[in-house]
Design a binder for this molecule. Sequence first.
Ligand code: PAF
Length: 290
Amino acid sequence: MSTVKEIPLVEQASELWTAVNAVRRRGGTVGLVPTMGYLHEGHGSLVARSAAENDLTVVSIFVNPLQFAEGEDHGTYPRDLDRDREMSAGAGAGLVFAPCTEEMYPQAPITSVAVKGLNAVLEGRYRPTHFDGVTTVVAKLFSLLGPGRAYFGEKDYQQLAIIRRMASDLSLPVEVVGCPTVREPDGLAMSSRNVYLSADERPAATVLWRSLQAGRDAVVEGSRNPDEVEAVMAAVLAAEPKASPDYTAVVDAATLDRPDVLDGELRLLVAARIGRARLIDNMGVSCDRI
Ligand code: PAF
C-alpha cells in the first residue's frame, strides 16, 4: 500500500479485503463508488454521498476491458491516477482501489453475468457486449469488497437499472444507490468522455440536453404518444450538423419497456456521436394518462 495525496492506494485485491474488513470488524459500514477514473464532479458527488452515509468510502478505478468492444476507446480512455486520488480524497473517500488488468482478471474470465433483455435494448443495440462486461466487473468488485452500499450515477441510467436488477436477481447484500446527474452550466452532462470534444464541438454537445428538454416539454404539453415524443427529440438532434444521432427513446422508468401510451414515471434517453465522442444522456418525466 502506498500513501500519496493523503489517501491510501491499494492495487491488490487481498490488501483491499484486509483494509475493508478491518472497518467492518469494528462495526463500520463500507460504501463503494465504482469508476473507470478520470474523475469529474459527477463522480465527486457520488463519493461525497457515500462518505456522508458510510464509515469508509472506497473508490475503485479500473478501465474494464470486458465492457469495450473491438474498435472502442479502451486503449485511449483518459487516465490520471494522481488527480483521481486527489479528487477522491477531497470528496471524502478513504481508499482508492486501482488494480491492474492482471489483478482483476488473473485468467481470462469464462464466467459472465448477463442481465438478459435489459442488456440488449437502447445502448445494448449499439454496444451488444457492453453491459455483460459492466455487470461482470461490478459483480466482481462487489465480491472483492462486500460493500453495504454502492453508488452509481443516473447519467448511465440503463447501467443503473441493470445493476439494480442484477443485485435483486442474485440477492446480493448491497444497496444500489442511484445519484442525480451533474451538469455543466449549459446543461451538458459531466462525463469523462467530454474530453474528446474539440473546442468547436463542445457547444454542439448541448444538443443532447436540448433534445431531452424538447421531449419533456412535449410530454408536459400533453403528448402521450411515444413516437411523437421521440420524433420531437430526434428533430432537435437532426438540427445540429455536428451530431450523428444513434437514438432517442421514451421508456418506462422502472422497466425500460417502451409503453404504447405514455403514463406514470418515464425516462427520456438520447445517444449521439459528436466527433470522436459518443455521448449519452437522459431525463425523468412523470405524466398522467389524459
Ligand atoms: O460507469 C462506469 O464508469 C463503469 O461502467 C463501471 C460501473 C465503473 C464499471 O466498469
